[in-house]
Structures are given as structure tokens and as C-alpha cells.
Design a protein around this ligand. Sequence first.
Ligand code: DX5
Ligand code: ZN
Length: 226
Amino acid sequence: MARPTLIAPSILAADFAHLADEVAAVERGGADLLHVDVMDGHFVPNLTVGPPIVESLKKVTKLPLDVHLMITNADAYIAEFAAAGADYLTVHVEACPHLHRTVQAIKERGVKAGVTLNPATSLQTIEEILPDVDLVLIMSVNPGFGGQKFIASCLQKVARARQMIDRAQSRALLEVDGGVKADNAAQVLAAGADVLVAGSAIFSSRDYAATIAALRAAGHPAPVHR
Ligand code: DX5
Ligand code: ZN
């Protein structure tokens, strides 16, 4: 059975001075999740937002909040992000030496648990945790900034992650984040992704709804009429 394609706009590329309007626009435009990038200036060389913004977003949108923690000490903030209204909390394997404990701590708070890895990190690092997670995020750029170029070798990794998830009979969604645009979305979806994160592709476009629709449609190429 064909899997639905989900689109998660990353607010990192939105106009923060008009965040509620930006979120409303992608919600009207057909987004499925709202991707929130949390950076601590330590795990990644950039600073963004924390629990108060998640809490504020929760009040203005019905979209599930897909919170991507690019932070060194994720364990110390799980309770706060859960209370703020995160629906998914995704942690980096590179930053979580006790990943199983971290994933359980997320799930104990009734939040869906995701794990993610940097482009140079092997998929083997998530093999043992697959049965426990709700989401696997493959980074297709080195995290820290929006608007970077998709690293082509990550396509192979997405395909291998798909096989791993299916082999483990895991229900985890497979999400891809970084440099996803209308012109590579078909390849990313063909490799087996369920969820496309897109920041600059959506928020730099004139018509958010049309861009979201184009990203989604990339997974369903038009039939060839003979
Ligand atoms: C990168 C972030 C991404 C980023 C994606 O560190 O995790 O979510 O916002 O932005 P684009 O789609 O512009 O590459
Ligand atoms: Zn992200």
C-alpha cells in the first residue's frame, strides 16, 4: 500500500516577526506537521528557539509540533519541551550517549520519540533503538543552518534506512531534513521517505500552498498516457 507523503515546513526559514501568520499560512496551505529547529550554539554553531516558542506555537496551530533538538544536553530539556506541547521530540544520536534512556524519557511523557543522525553518522547507531522509536530523521545537510545544499550521498542512506525500518517491522516514520526542494523531492520520496522537511523551499516561495502541493505531488508522478 502506498504510504502518504507528509510535509513538514521548517519555521527556521519563516519570518519570525510574523510567526503566527506564517504558521497559519502553511497550515492553510496543507502542511501536515510543523518542524521546529532547536539549536543551542554548542551541538551546532547556531542559536534558535526554546520551549517558550513551542508553547506559543501550540496555542496558534493544530499542526503537530515536530521538534528537532540540535542540543548537547537533550535529557535536561525533555520535560520542558513535553510540557510546552511538543508532539514529536527528535534527538541526535551524536548527543545522546544513553539513547535508550532518552527515548524512554520522551515516551514516558506521552510524546512521540524520534532519533536523528548527522550525514557522517552510520545508520548502525540506530539499529538497536528502531523498535522503540516513532520517527527516524535522516539529515541531508550538516545541521545548524537553513538554506544549505542537499548532500547527494544521503539519498542512498535514506534508501538503506527505509530497508532497515521495514526489516525491523518498525512503524517509525522516515523523515528527511535539509536542502529538500521540489526538484529533488521525487528522488527523496522514491528512496522511501515518508516526511519531507522543507524550510527555505517553502518560506522563500511566493505561494506556500503551491510549493507544499508540489513537494507532495513529487511522490506521485503523473501517469504516462499512451
Ligand atoms: C538544519 C535544520 C533544518 C533546516 C532545513 O539544521 O535542521 O530543519 O531548517 O532548512 P532547508 O529546507 O532550508 O534546508
Ligand atoms: Zn530540522
